[in-house]
Ligand binder design. Structure first.
Ligand SMILES: [Zn+2]
Length: 117
């Protein structure tokens, strides 16, 4: 390999050029170990996404994501919890809406025809 600035041949183990002192920016396999790819908690991400689309799947993915997070030093833990809370809130909200509308319809049907007298 060569120095980026002066072009002097540099030994792969040299970090700085011995002639001009420029720091080597070339990736050297073995010397600078490649950065460990950041592990992503895919299940937690899916859980948060599905919380808005299909809350039932959101709960399942978030639950898996939460157990994954515990194995991954807490990676994606907040996301999994958010997905879980959102999914449950969504289902509770939808259930309340359903109950209210069903009881409204039932009430209207039960008292039909309306007696305005
Ligand atoms: Zn140099």
């Amino acid at each position: 390999m060569y120095c980026n600035l002066c072009g002097k041949v540099m030994h792969p183990s040299e970090r700085f050029c011995s002639t001009c002192g420029t720091e080597s920016t070339t990736q050297q396999p073995g010397m600078n170990a490649p950065p460990v790819p950041h592990q992503q908690n895919t299940m937690a991400i899916l859980g948060l996404v599905f919380a808005f689309i299909m809350p039932l799947l959101g709960i399942i993915f978030s639950a898996i994501g939460l157990s994954r997070a515990n194995q991954m030093n807490g990676e994606g833990r907040g996301m999994a919890i958010a997905g879980l809370v959102l999914s449950i809130a969504y289902i509770v909200f939808a259930t309340i809406i359903a109950i209210v509308s069903i009881s409204l319809v039932t009430e209207v049907v039960r008292t039909w025809p309306p007696n305005f007298a």
